[in-house]
Each structure stands twice: as C-alpha cells, then as structure tokens.
Design a protein around this ligand. Structure first.
Ligand code: HSE
Length: 413
C-alpha cells in the first residue's frame, strides 16, 4: 500500500511544537513537511526563520494544499475552534490537547463522522506510551476489566523529587515547569484535572463510554501535607496520583483520580520522575503494564509523529466499542478506603460520613481518619471542608468489617 503525502499546517511552536519540528527533520523517510506554522505572539525570537510563520489561522485552515492540521496550542477553547474548522474543511487533525478532547468528545466524534476525516490524539494521553492505539486495536476483543495508572508526568516528578531529594513542593513544581512538563496553568496538573481529562479519553477507548469532566471526581496532590507523606514513609509506601477506571460485573464504570498509597509489591511503586505507567487488566491477557515518559518535548512529539505516520496509511480510530450502553456507576455504590486529614475548622462530625472506621486521631488543630467512605459522601465532604485525601484501595461492600452508618440517612446518602 502506498503512503499518502502529508502536508502539515502546524498550530503552536512551544515546547512540543518545536520538538515535533526537530523530530520531523530527523525522519525524512516520512516524506512529510510542514507548510506553515501559526503562532500567537508576533515579536518573539524563534529558532527558525520568520518566513515559516503566520499569525492568521485561516492561512492554514483554508489552504487547500494542507491536508493535515497538527494542533499543539495551549488554549483548549481556541484549539477546539481550530480543530472544528479543520475537520469541517476535510483536513485530518492530530492534537495533543486532552482538555479540549475531554470537554468536546461527543462533538468531535460527530465531526469526524460527518466530514469523514480522522482525528488522532495519541499524544494527549501519557505522551510517549502508545496507550490509545493499544486500547483501540489490541483490546478490540479481549474484555477489559480495569485501567489504573500514573498519567501525569508533572505530579509524579513533584512527588518523586519532594520525597527522594527533599526539595520543597514549590521548587519541584518550578523544575517541572522549567523542564516543559507542566501545563501553563499548573493547577490543571497538581489538582488532578489533567489526569482526569486523560482518564476520560482512556475510558472512551477502553470501555466505549463517553463521559464529561464533571462526572469524574478528582482530587490532586496540592493539598497533601506532612502527615500523609510521613505516614507513607513509615509504612514503606509511595504516594502517586492515580487515574482509575474499572468495569463492574453489571457493566457500570467506577472512575476517579486520587492520590494513592502504593506499596512495594505494586508495579506502580517504581515509576518515578516524569514517567507514566498504565496497568490494564483484562479477561484473557490478565495484567499488562505500559511504561514511558509522560511529558516533555520529545516524548510528546514522538506520539504526534507516530500519529502523522499513521495518517500516511489512512489510519483512523474506529471507536468500535462505542455502542455499548454501559454507564458510570452510581457514586453511592462506590466505596473507598482512605486516609482523610482535616483541620479543625472543618465540620465536626466527619466521622459520621464513614461507613467503616479503622483509625482516627485529633489534636488541637487537625486530625485524621482512616476508614471506608462512599464516593458520594467523599465528594460532598470535599466541598464543605478543607481536607486532604489519600486512597488505600477501592473496597467491595462485602469486605466491610464494622459497618456503620450504611443505612443512616445522612444528608448526602
Ligand atoms: N502537564 C502534562 C503532564 C503534560 O505533566 O503530564 C503531558 O500531558
């Protein structure tokens, strides 16, 4: 089969855009070239000649010679407008913008179908790990049961470097920014939003369920404090920000993003710095483990490059699993064993929200509770009090030892 010629219009020339430019220079066999690059800021020193650039998006979007738009800008709303117009104009699109995809999944599916053009986004999840194409193609028939992973490089870098090198949270964040790992708004990384956007994309390709960001609960690493970090050290755990999705027997999906205590026997324990990893569990192949750099110019550009190469063979996602009627599990039926730390300005009876209590402690200004709580109550508690949460594990209802309050009608139950 002959390879299609790709003429690219590139949006964005930041860390990943320049990484892609260099990667394309080093892979002449791809027979692909960038015709024009659209950037926002006019008076900026750039490493290549000015003649390559335009400040007018229409010079790319309405150029008939350009058959592929590569979108690598930061602003998710502007990115959506660019991607939408490109698809409407019959151009294939490659993007790394997870926020844009997660927020507009259904519209993007419709646009691909209506205009019969491919949209590829391997770089949007875990940068260099080819996880989307694996979920889409390899697990086409095998029945996936769960995915769990470290899907944000910046937070893993911060957690690793604050615990192993003893540098402060702010210093580690600054390093992650300098290395080009963090989002322009780093709150997206540290508060778990970036991981959630990626999880939404993974859920669509793993289980065929399209959901939106407001339906998936996320707590990040920004509220973690000495108590949880010391607790982890004492027990030989590491804390990692985990994205989790599991298909229950009735087809319902349990999903969330939370910091989690990871013990030494867990493969995720050794995944440090900017590395990401995804564990899949499926009926026939059992557990598999994918590892790779999850952020940075070249690791992200490598996935964009792979998508461009796939386009030369007319590859597109077929979304074969999308007709499934399964949906997200009711939060009232998801039970989590957690450590919850609170300050005393929080509401008094936090313990009452727990279904099982294993340990609790309180001094004059703060306290912690270890126990089992439903996802619904945890969501509620997180909106009314200043808390930090670390997950031990998802708990099956039958495993409860000392059931309390299961039938008690709390405001949110
Ligand atoms: N800010 C993201 C991260 C970039 O740290 O993982 C890669 O998606």
């Amino acid at each position: 089969m002959g390879r299609k010629n790709i003429k690219i219009g590139l949006f964005g020339f930041g860390c990943v855009g320049f990484g892609l430019y260099e990667a394309l220079q080093k892979t002449p066999s791809l027979k692909t070239n960038i015709k024009r690059i659209c950037v926002k800021t006019k008076n900026k020193q750039r490493p290549i000649l000015n003649e390559h650039f335009t400040f007018d998006k229409n010079e790319i979007l309405f150029d008939n010679e350009i058959n592929t738009v590569v979108e690598l800008i930061d602003d998710a709303d502007a990115a959506f407008e660019i991607v939408k117009t490109a698809l409407q104009n019959g151009k294939a699109v490659v993007t790394a913008n997870k926020k844009m995809i997660a927020e507009h999944f259904t519209e993007l599916l419709d646009l691909q179908k209506k205009h019969n053009v491919p949209l590829l986004y391997e770089a949007a999840c875990c940068a260099s790990i080819p996880i989307i194409r694996n979920l889409e193609e390899y697990y086409d028939n095998d029945l996936l049961e769960s995915i769990e992973g470290i899907v944000n490089g910046s937070t893993n870098y911060i957690l690793t470097n604050t615990s192993l090198k003893n540098i402060s949270y702010n210093e580690a964040l600054k390093e992650a920014q300098e290395k080009g790992y963090a989002e322009t708004n780093p709150l997206l990384d540290v508060a778990g939003f970036d991981a959630k956007y990626k999880l939404i994309i993974l859920i669509a390709h793993a289980f065929g369920i399209v959901t939106s960001p407001e339906n998936v609960f996320n707590i990040g690493i920004d509220k973690l404090g000495e108590l949880e970090l010391n607790y982890a050290k004492e027990k030989g755990y590491k804390i990692k920000l985990i994205a989790f999705a599991e298909k229950k027997e009735d087809g319902k999906i349990v999903s969330f993003v939370l910091p989690k205590f990871i013990n030494k026997n867990d493969k995720l324990h050794s995944i440090d710095d900017v590395f990401n990893a995804v564990k899949t569990k499926s009926y026939f192949s059992d557990t598999q483990f994918f590892i790779g750099k999850g952020a940075g110019a070249y690791p992200t550009a490598s996935a964009v490059l792979s998508d461009i190469s796939a386009l030369t063979f007319d590859y597109r996602y077929e979304y074969k699993k999308l007709n499934n009627v399964d949906s997200l599990e009711n939060d009232n039926k998801v039970f989590l064993k957690i450590l919850l730390r609170y300050d005393l300005n929080s509401i008094d009876e936090l313990k009452d929200y727990f279904i099982e209590l294993n340990e609790s402690y309180q001094n004059f200004n703060s306290g912690y509770i270890i126990g089992v709580i439903s996802l619904k109550r945890l969501k509620f508690v997180s909106t009314i009090s200043n808390i930090s949460v670390v997950l031990f594990d998802v708990v099956k209802q039958v495993e409860f030892v000392n059931k309390r309050n299961l039938n008690k009608s709390l405001e949110v139950a």
